[in-house]
Design a protein around this ligand. Sequence first.
Ligand SMILES: NC(=O)c1ccc[n+]([C@@H]2O[C@H](COP(=O)([O-])OP(=O)(O)OC[C@H]3O[C@@H](n4cnc5c(N)ncnc54)[C@H](O)[C@@H]3O)[C@@H](O)[C@H]2O)c1
Length: 262
Amino acid sequence: MAKLLLLTGASGNLGRWLAPALAARGYRLRLSDIAPFPDPLPEGASFIPADLADGPAVRALVEGTDAILHFGGISVEKPWDQIVGPNLIGVTHVFEAARTARQRVIFASSNHAIGFYPRGEDLDTTDPFRCDGYYGLSKAYGELLGRMMFDKHGVESVHIRIGSALPAPTEARHLATWLSLDDLLAALIAAVEAPETGCAVVWGASANAGTWWQGDDAARIGFVRRDDAARFAPLPESGDAITRRYQGGAFAAQDYSRGRPE
Ligand SMILES: NC(=O)c1ccc[n+]([C@@H]2O[C@H](COP(=O)([O-])OP(=O)(O)OC[C@H]3O[C@@H](n4cnc5c(N)ncnc54)[C@H](O)[C@@H]3O)[C@@H](O)[C@H]2O)c1
Protein backbone atom coordinates (compact mmCIF):
# COMPACT_ATOMS: atom_id res chain seq x y z
CA MET A 1 0.00 0.00 0.00
CA ALA A 2 1.14 3.55 -0.71
CA LYS A 3 2.93 5.29 2.15
CA LEU A 4 0.89 7.66 4.31
CA LEU A 5 2.75 10.95 4.85
CA LEU A 6 1.92 13.60 7.43
CA LEU A 7 2.45 17.09 5.97
CA THR A 8 2.33 19.90 8.55
CA GLY A 9 2.03 23.48 7.28
CA ALA A 10 -0.14 22.09 4.48
CA SER A 11 -2.09 25.36 4.04
CA GLY A 12 1.09 27.41 3.49
CA ASN A 13 2.80 28.36 0.23
CA LEU A 14 4.93 25.24 -0.07
CA GLY A 15 2.32 22.92 1.47
CA ARG A 16 -0.30 23.91 -1.10
CA TRP A 17 2.13 23.11 -3.90
CA LEU A 18 3.46 19.92 -2.30
CA ALA A 19 0.10 18.35 -1.43
CA PRO A 20 -1.10 17.78 -5.02
CA ALA A 21 2.47 17.07 -6.22
CA LEU A 22 2.98 14.30 -3.61
CA ALA A 23 -0.53 12.89 -4.27
CA ALA A 24 0.31 12.74 -7.99
CA ARG A 25 3.40 10.67 -7.07
CA GLY A 26 1.11 8.10 -5.41
CA TYR A 27 1.45 9.01 -1.71
CA ARG A 28 -1.50 9.05 0.68
CA LEU A 29 -1.50 12.27 2.69
CA ARG A 30 -2.60 13.45 6.10
CA LEU A 31 -2.50 17.21 5.78
CA SER A 32 -2.51 19.48 8.81
CA ASP A 33 -2.30 23.18 9.62
CA ILE A 34 -3.72 25.67 12.10
CA ALA A 35 -5.38 27.40 9.12
CA PRO A 36 -7.94 25.66 6.89
CA PHE A 37 -6.68 23.99 3.70
CA PRO A 38 -7.85 26.44 1.04
CA ASP A 39 -7.85 24.12 -1.98
CA PRO A 40 -9.82 21.02 -2.96
CA LEU A 41 -8.26 18.03 -1.19
CA PRO A 42 -6.05 15.95 -3.50
CA GLU A 43 -7.09 12.34 -4.04
CA GLY A 44 -6.09 10.13 -1.12
CA ALA A 45 -5.64 13.11 1.23
CA SER A 46 -7.39 14.09 4.46
CA PHE A 47 -7.07 17.33 6.43
CA ILE A 48 -6.91 17.57 10.24
CA PRO A 49 -6.61 21.05 11.79
CA ALA A 50 -4.13 21.26 14.69
CA ASP A 51 -1.93 23.72 16.57
CA LEU A 52 1.67 22.46 16.70
CA ALA A 53 1.90 23.84 20.25
CA ASP A 54 -0.71 21.21 21.31
CA GLY A 55 1.30 18.07 22.15
CA PRO A 56 -1.57 15.51 22.30
CA ALA A 57 -2.94 16.86 19.00
CA VAL A 58 0.48 16.41 17.34
CA ARG A 59 0.76 12.85 18.74
CA ALA A 60 -2.63 12.02 17.21
CA LEU A 61 -1.55 13.48 13.85
CA VAL A 62 1.57 11.32 13.72
CA GLU A 63 -0.08 8.04 14.76
CA GLY A 64 -0.33 5.54 11.90
CA THR A 65 1.65 7.58 9.36
CA ASP A 66 4.85 6.34 7.64
CA ALA A 67 6.87 9.59 7.68
CA ILE A 68 6.50 13.20 8.76
CA LEU A 69 7.15 16.18 6.51
CA HIS A 70 7.35 19.03 9.02
CA PHE A 71 6.69 22.31 7.18
CA GLY A 72 4.40 24.03 9.73
CA GLY A 73 5.33 27.04 11.82
CA ILE A 74 6.30 30.69 11.49
CA SER A 75 8.27 31.07 8.25
CA VAL A 76 9.54 34.65 8.59
CA GLU A 77 11.50 36.70 11.12
CA LYS A 78 9.28 37.59 14.13
CA PRO A 79 9.79 38.55 17.77
CA TRP A 80 10.78 35.71 20.09
CA ASP A 81 7.40 35.34 21.78
CA GLN A 82 5.73 34.62 18.42
CA ILE A 83 8.36 32.07 17.35
CA VAL A 84 8.57 30.00 20.50
CA GLY A 85 5.18 28.22 20.35
CA PRO A 86 4.85 27.23 16.68
CA ASN A 87 8.57 26.66 16.02
CA LEU A 88 10.38 25.56 19.20
CA ILE A 89 7.58 23.87 21.11
CA GLY A 90 6.02 22.70 17.83
CA VAL A 91 9.13 20.98 16.47
CA THR A 92 9.75 19.39 19.88
CA HIS A 93 6.24 17.94 19.85
CA VAL A 94 6.85 16.57 16.36
CA PHE A 95 10.12 14.85 17.34
CA GLU A 96 8.65 13.51 20.60
CA ALA A 97 5.72 12.03 18.65
CA ALA A 98 8.18 10.60 16.10
CA ARG A 99 10.16 9.01 18.92
CA THR A 100 7.01 7.32 20.30
CA ALA A 101 5.87 6.17 16.85
CA ARG A 102 9.42 5.23 15.64
CA GLN A 103 9.10 7.53 12.64
CA ARG A 104 11.38 9.53 10.38
CA VAL A 105 11.09 13.35 10.42
CA ILE A 106 11.85 15.44 7.34
CA PHE A 107 12.30 18.98 8.61
CA ALA A 108 11.94 22.16 6.55
CA SER A 109 15.00 23.92 7.99
CA SER A 110 16.30 27.16 6.55
CA ASN A 111 19.33 29.04 5.24
CA HIS A 112 18.56 31.56 7.99
CA ALA A 113 20.29 29.15 10.41
CA ILE A 114 23.51 30.28 8.68
CA GLY A 115 22.27 33.66 7.39
CA PHE A 116 25.02 35.77 8.98
CA TYR A 117 27.79 34.32 6.83
CA PRO A 118 28.73 36.84 4.14
CA ARG A 119 27.52 36.14 0.64
CA GLY A 120 30.16 34.37 -1.40
CA GLU A 121 31.67 32.49 1.57
CA ASP A 122 31.58 28.76 0.81
CA LEU A 123 30.01 26.62 3.51
CA ASP A 124 29.40 22.98 4.19
CA THR A 125 26.86 21.63 6.65
CA THR A 126 29.48 21.13 9.37
CA ASP A 127 30.17 24.87 9.61
CA PRO A 128 28.81 26.44 12.81
CA PHE A 129 25.36 28.01 12.78
CA ARG A 130 25.29 31.81 12.37
CA CYS A 131 21.57 32.49 12.68
CA ASP A 132 20.25 35.78 11.33
CA GLY A 133 17.39 36.12 13.87
CA TYR A 134 14.99 34.23 16.11
CA TYR A 135 13.43 32.43 13.14
CA GLY A 136 16.82 31.09 12.01
CA LEU A 137 17.63 30.19 15.60
CA SER A 138 14.44 28.10 15.77
CA LYS A 139 15.61 26.17 12.67
CA ALA A 140 19.05 25.57 14.23
CA TYR A 141 17.24 24.25 17.29
CA GLY A 142 15.20 21.86 15.11
CA GLU A 143 18.39 20.53 13.51
CA LEU A 144 20.12 20.10 16.89
CA LEU A 145 17.02 18.41 18.27
CA GLY A 146 17.11 15.98 15.33
CA ARG A 147 20.78 15.24 16.06
CA MET A 148 20.05 14.55 19.74
CA MET A 149 16.99 12.44 18.87
CA PHE A 150 19.11 10.25 16.58
CA ASP A 151 22.11 9.96 18.90
CA LYS A 152 19.99 9.22 21.95
CA HIS A 153 16.89 7.47 20.59
CA GLY A 154 17.67 6.41 16.99
CA VAL A 155 14.98 8.70 15.54
CA GLU A 156 15.97 9.32 11.91
CA SER A 157 15.67 12.77 10.34
CA VAL A 158 16.51 14.68 7.19
CA HIS A 159 16.98 18.43 7.60
CA ILE A 160 16.51 20.31 4.37
CA ARG A 161 18.12 23.75 4.78
CA ILE A 162 15.87 25.47 2.27
CA GLY A 163 17.29 28.50 0.48
CA SER A 164 14.62 30.21 -1.64
CA ALA A 165 11.92 27.75 -2.73
CA LEU A 166 10.14 29.57 -5.53
CA PRO A 167 8.76 28.79 -8.98
CA ALA A 168 11.61 30.94 -10.39
CA PRO A 169 14.45 33.06 -8.92
CA THR A 170 13.78 36.82 -8.94
CA GLU A 171 16.92 38.52 -7.53
CA ALA A 172 20.72 38.16 -7.60
CA ARG A 173 20.92 36.35 -4.22
CA HIS A 174 18.70 33.61 -5.63
CA LEU A 175 21.41 32.68 -8.15
CA ALA A 176 22.95 30.92 -5.13
CA THR A 177 19.92 30.13 -2.96
CA TRP A 178 17.15 29.08 -5.39
CA LEU A 179 15.46 25.71 -4.84
CA SER A 180 13.12 24.82 -7.69
CA LEU A 181 9.86 23.24 -6.62
CA ASP A 182 10.74 20.12 -8.65
CA ASP A 183 14.04 19.82 -6.76
CA LEU A 184 12.20 20.31 -3.44
CA LEU A 185 9.87 17.45 -4.38
CA ALA A 186 12.87 15.30 -5.37
CA ALA A 187 14.55 16.02 -2.01
CA LEU A 188 11.42 15.01 -0.09
CA ILE A 189 10.91 11.81 -2.05
CA ALA A 190 14.58 10.85 -1.55
CA ALA A 191 14.25 11.60 2.18
CA VAL A 192 11.11 9.45 2.46
CA GLU A 193 12.37 6.55 0.35
CA ALA A 194 16.02 6.25 1.50
CA PRO A 195 16.38 2.92 3.33
CA GLU A 196 18.40 4.63 6.08
CA THR A 197 19.14 8.29 6.66
CA GLY A 198 20.52 8.57 10.17
CA CYS A 199 20.54 12.30 10.90
CA ALA A 200 21.08 13.89 7.47
CA VAL A 201 21.51 17.56 6.58
CA VAL A 202 20.93 18.62 2.99
CA TRP A 203 21.16 22.06 1.39
CA GLY A 204 17.73 22.94 0.04
CA ALA A 205 19.11 24.47 -3.12
CA SER A 206 19.14 23.46 -6.78
CA ALA A 207 22.35 22.64 -8.66
CA ASN A 208 23.08 26.37 -8.96
CA ALA A 209 26.35 27.29 -10.65
CA GLY A 210 26.50 30.27 -8.26
CA THR A 211 26.10 28.21 -5.08
CA TRP A 212 27.92 28.93 -1.80
CA TRP A 213 26.85 25.60 -0.33
CA GLN A 214 28.37 22.15 -0.68
CA GLY A 215 29.36 19.18 1.46
CA ASP A 216 26.02 17.76 2.55
CA ASP A 217 24.25 14.38 2.77
CA ALA A 218 22.38 14.65 -0.57
CA ALA A 219 24.27 11.79 -2.27
CA ARG A 220 23.93 9.59 0.81
CA ILE A 221 20.09 9.84 0.74
CA GLY A 222 19.88 9.68 -3.08
CA PHE A 223 18.83 13.30 -3.70
CA VAL A 224 19.86 14.47 -7.18
CA ARG A 225 19.42 18.17 -8.02
CA ARG A 226 18.45 19.02 -11.58
CA ASP A 227 17.75 22.78 -11.90
CA ASP A 228 20.15 25.72 -11.99
CA ALA A 229 19.22 29.37 -11.37
CA ALA A 230 22.00 30.44 -13.79
CA ARG A 231 19.60 30.16 -16.73
CA PHE A 232 17.71 33.18 -15.27
CA ALA A 233 20.85 35.37 -14.95
CA PRO A 234 21.44 38.23 -14.75
CA LEU A 235 19.03 39.13 -11.94
CA PRO A 236 18.83 42.47 -10.08
CA GLU A 237 20.17 43.13 -6.58
CA SER A 238 17.60 44.19 -4.02
CA GLY A 239 17.58 45.84 -0.60
CA ASP A 240 20.04 47.82 1.51
CA ALA A 241 23.76 47.23 2.25
CA ILE A 242 23.06 44.68 5.02
CA THR A 243 20.63 42.73 2.85
CA ARG A 244 23.24 42.60 0.09
CA ARG A 245 26.08 41.56 2.39
CA TYR A 246 24.74 38.46 4.11
CA GLN A 247 23.58 35.03 2.91
CA GLY A 248 20.29 35.51 4.78
CA GLY A 249 19.53 38.69 2.80
CA ALA A 250 16.59 40.74 4.09
CA PHE A 251 16.14 38.56 7.20
CA ALA A 252 19.66 39.58 8.35
CA ALA A 253 18.78 43.24 7.79
CA GLN A 254 15.50 43.10 9.71
CA ASP A 255 15.89 44.78 13.13
CA TYR A 256 19.69 45.08 12.56
CA SER A 257 21.02 47.57 15.11
CA ARG A 258 24.79 47.12 15.00
CA GLY A 259 25.54 50.08 12.78
CA ARG A 260 27.73 49.32 9.81
CA PRO A 261 28.24 45.65 8.87
CA GLU A 262 31.54 44.16 10.16
N1 LIG B 1 9.55 29.18 1.16
C1 LIG B 1 10.88 29.15 1.34
O1 LIG B 1 11.67 29.54 0.48
C2 LIG B 1 11.42 28.60 2.64
C3 LIG B 1 12.80 28.80 2.92
C4 LIG B 1 13.33 28.24 4.08
C5 LIG B 1 12.51 27.49 4.93
N2 LIG B 1 11.19 27.33 4.62
C6 LIG B 1 10.36 26.58 5.57
O2 LIG B 1 9.43 25.77 4.87
C7 LIG B 1 8.20 25.72 5.57
C8 LIG B 1 7.06 26.16 4.65
O3 LIG B 1 7.34 27.45 4.16
P1 LIG B 1 6.20 28.33 3.47
O4 LIG B 1 6.89 29.33 2.63
O5 LIG B 1 5.18 27.44 2.87
O6 LIG B 1 5.61 29.09 4.76
P2 LIG B 1 4.10 29.51 5.07
O7 LIG B 1 4.17 30.56 6.13
O8 LIG B 1 3.37 29.85 3.82
O9 LIG B 1 3.47 28.18 5.70
C9 LIG B 1 3.64 27.80 7.03
C10 LIG B 1 2.32 27.22 7.52
O10 LIG B 1 2.47 26.87 8.91
C11 LIG B 1 1.23 27.14 9.54
N3 LIG B 1 1.40 27.36 10.98
C12 LIG B 1 1.90 28.46 11.61
N4 LIG B 1 1.82 28.32 12.93
C13 LIG B 1 1.24 27.11 13.17
C14 LIG B 1 0.89 26.41 14.34
N5 LIG B 1 1.10 26.92 15.58
N6 LIG B 1 0.31 25.19 14.22
C15 LIG B 1 0.08 24.66 12.99
N7 LIG B 1 0.40 25.28 11.84
C16 LIG B 1 0.98 26.49 11.92
C17 LIG B 1 0.70 28.40 8.87
O11 LIG B 1 -0.72 28.52 9.02
C18 LIG B 1 1.14 28.20 7.43
O12 LIG B 1 0.10 27.66 6.63
C19 LIG B 1 8.35 26.61 6.80
O13 LIG B 1 8.71 25.80 7.91
C20 LIG B 1 9.50 27.52 6.43
O14 LIG B 1 10.19 27.97 7.57
C21 LIG B 1 10.64 27.88 3.52
